[in-house]
Design a binder for this molecule. Sequence first.
Ligand SMILES: *Cc1c(COP(=O)(O)O)cnc(C)c1O
Length: 415
Amino acid sequence: MHYFEYRNGKLFAEDVSVEDLVKEHDTPLYIYSAKTFKRHFEAFDSAFEGIDHLTCYSVKANSNLCILKMLSEMGSGMDIVSGGELFRALKAGVDPQKIVYSGVGKREHEIREALISDILMFNVESRQELEKINQVAVEMNTKARISLRINPDVDPKTHPYISTGLKKNKFGLDIEQALESYKLARDLSGIDPVGIDCHIGSQLTSIEPFIEALNRIKKFHLQLKDLGIEIKYLDLGGGLGITYDEETPPHPVEFGKAIKENLKDLNLTLILEPGRVIAGNAGILVTKVLYTKESPSKNFIIVDAAMNDLLRPSLYGSFHRIECAEQKDGPAKMADVVGPICETGDFLAQDREIREVDQDELLAVFSAGAYGFTMSSQYNSRPRGAEVIVDGDKVTLARRREVYFDLVDLEEQCF
Ligand SMILES: *Cc1c(COP(=O)(O)O)cnc(C)c1O
């Protein structure tokens, strides 16, 4: 459920029309709905009511400070994957005791920064990383709370680029080898092993892989007990999918129920790291039609947003629903919706049925709230667009549109 709806044929974000937002803020424009974000967070978090749990929103899905602040005020923790994301989370006022730090390549300064902030725990992905964290912690005369990220070898049945829990993926520690690392963790003076972690992939549309992973982790937990390692946290990662097109992912309530049933009698705090399911359908990208052209084999709609604004179609071949901001009658046609970038892979949609559009018409690209702006770049020296948050009839400019000077601000003038 989201709050992007047509009223009298015009697309609205909550109580403000997309047309009015564009008049004020131009295109390409990311529009987020505050009510949708809040509803998604509440639906997810409340699905785990009754068990000890902490929802740590995955910052990389949408890391705008205003979004982080809004979620933090609702009680959300954060899952970070870099020092930059730690900086953002702290700046947004997130309680460090609700921050978990994932990622395969944490640098020394990032580890130090996280220890200074006294975050809840590191999700460690290799033996060398464990040793590095220990070294930094010992130097700082402290102890790092850690989980080891287990690779449970479960097929999440999602796009290969976003499946992370298979033996061949770079993430986590092989479940058979992880026990050795836990023994090491137990014996290192700068390390306090407090949890087990896994994250098997993104955009999962069924519950079974989660349960399979959970059951493997539960078995592993018993082996840890035998070693005398008493953990407190079970981090199940993120990955719950959303509807982009025709997918029918489980509702968070269903997901929560299944997890709760499988967690019974386990005296652990559950940590969850949802990203897409909170942010994905809480944002749209609005773009303007520049030109249309028809070639013998294809029709093209050339718009002012491109792969630098929304990379997912180019990177993963992802589907994003595209609708005209104004509903009108007109013949439908098959067309590719493409951006101005000099790459054949620069498209927002291919072979899509869409009504004939005029120059300057506005198109809304749906489900763009997660992995949209955060994956954007300035490729082709295109200043990034603005981000606005609509809450009822209130509009907040959450990030101003970049200007040409932003393109060269960090460069030297070698002349
Ligand atoms: C990306 C990521 C998430 C969030 O994944 P979603 O599919 O957006 O829910 C959670 N945990 C880790 C470790 C991640 O890398």
